[in-house]
Design a protein around this ligand. Structure first.
Ligand code: PLP
Length: 445
């Protein structure tokens, strides 16, 4: 027998992604207009690139989420996660829908107050709140979610100087089947730390333990993880009732529901893997309803949903600025939209569409931004039709974390426009200019 020649295996990177259940895409959708307004009209008026937020989609998504929970559970309260998108116009739509505010810094707290959120309707989260911050929150009657023992002692110290009781909850981290476990925030459930914090708070005259909080992570695709979290929180609530005859008034399950964006490296598109609000609601409310909590003691269910509520409502319109062939023969486009505008492109393969498809002969290309930085690549590989200079592209599902995490790097941040429910455009944040920056700098000449 002749010995076969050994051939070493080679791994080739598939540039174009993997086929979905219908094979490789041969057609691409076009997005010629947003809420009935042609994209050309939007850039003509507000320049390119430009962010567009749809008020209609914000409202519809919120109503869908609220319906999913309120039809299964009697007491539901959403609190808008400010860091997900803190433009006033956006926050005010949530306020109008009945949302409270969830903040993680004094900046966000001040913004929520300025937007007219009652301080008693503000939830203050985060791993660090200064003593001055804690004092302000106590004086204003806001809910303080304590993150760690040092913060608990700081709050006790602050309370010696304030003639008021603090309304507090503790943030709890726990095993829910989600890895990595976010154990850097809050007190651990399994090792008894959370219970230690509870017993300490129950002994504090001036602290009222009103709630229990957790935020198990973000982009959680597993509704059952929330079921585990909700039953562990319910157990703590029952233990508090048994030991202290004290009834906790709310359980806050934080945010973290997935949006329909596709994570880099995911096998299937996000729109196919993202659970519905009904699935999350089912897992959470079943866990609370099935716990031993008596009907009269049922806590209000707080939700701090961020990305799942706003992602779909945001669009980023840009233009093609160059067609370029790379040295290896690959085609690429240079756009006027960069990763400075689109922070979430670090972890998502954002869906990018042409405003108009001139030909359906799609090619596998790379989309670059305008920055003089090698990392400025919006899509390493995407099937795209031929495009000419100044043709429009539309990036969808950019409502979460871009308008708060966008970077002022190399160029000015662009205009942000909201289209109201009547289809009218409003400028909600002006593009930056040289003055924006020079006004902050101090001359030493
Ligand atoms: C960021 C954050 C949220 C919102 O998270 P999403 O994943 O966007 O839903 C809610 N609660 C807390 C404490 C957060 O830090």
């Amino acid at each position: 027998m002749v010995k076969k020649i050994y051939e070493k295996p080679i791994i080739n990177k598939i540039n174009a992604g993997v086929p979905d259940k219908s094979g490789m895409a041969t057609h691409i959708k076009e997005i010629p207009e947003i809420e009935g307004i042609p994209v050309e009209e939007i850039t003509k008026e507000y320049g390119s690139p430009v962010f567009v937020v749809s008020e209609k989609i914000i409202r519809e998504t919120y109503q869908d989420a609220y319906r999913a929970f309120s039809t299964r559970y009697p007491k539901v309260q959403f609190a808008w996660s400010y860091k997900t998108n803190y433009l006033d116009a956006v926050c005010n739509v949530y306020k109008d829908l009945g949302s409270w505010a969830e903040v993680v810094s004094m900046f966000e707290y001040e913004k929520a107050q300025r937007n007219g959120i009652k301080t008693q309707n503000i939830i203050f989260n985060g791993p660090y709140k200064s003593k001055e911050t804690l004092k302000t929150a106590v004086e204003n009657g806001s809910y303080i979610h304590i993150d760690n023992f040092d913060e608990l002692y700081n709050l006790a110290e602050v309370l010696q100087t304030v003639d008021k009781k603090a309304k507090v909850a503790i943030r709890i981290n726990m095993e829910t089947g989600i890895y990595p476990q976010w154990d850097r925030f809050g007190f651990n459930y399994e090792n008894g730390e959370a219970w230690t914090a509870i017993t300490l708070i129950m002994k504090q005259e001036k602290m009222q333990l009103v709630g229990l909080h957790t935020h198990i992570g973000t982009y959680i695709l597993l509704p059952s993880a929330y079921g585990v979290a909700a039953s562990k929180m319910s157990n703590l609530m029952l233990r508090i009732k048994a030991k202290y005859n004290h009834v906790i008034s709310y359980i806050d399950l934080g945010g973290g529901f997935a949006s329909k964006n596709t994570l880099k490296g995911a096998y299937l598109p996000g729109k196919d893997t993202c659970p519905t609000f009904d699935q999350y609601a089912e897992a959470i409310t079943n866990a609370i309803n099935n716990s031993g909590i008596e009907i009269n003691d049922l806590p209000t269910l707080f939700l701090e949903t961020g990305r799942a509520l706003i992602d779909d409502a945001g669009y980023l319109i840009g233009k093609v600025k160059a067609n370029k062939q790379l040295a290896n023969g690959r085609k690429s486009l240079v756009l006027d939209v960069g990763i400075n505008n689109l922070f979430t492109s670090f972890w998502y393969n954002h869906d990018v569409y042409p405003a108009h498809v001139k030909s359906h002969s799609l090619e596998d290309i790379t989309l670059y931004g305008p920055l003089c930085m090698n990392i400025d690549c919006l899509r390493a590989a995407i099937h795209f039709p031929p495009m000419d200079i100044d043709d429009h592209i539309v990036i969808v599902r950019v409502g979460a974390y871009n308008l708060s995490q966008w970077m002022q790097f190399i160029s000015y941040r662009p205009n942000v426009v909201m289209i109201d429910t009547k289809g009218k455009m409003h400028l909600i944040r002006r593009a930056e200019n040289l003055e924006t920056f020079t006004s902050q700098e101090v001359s030493i000449k």
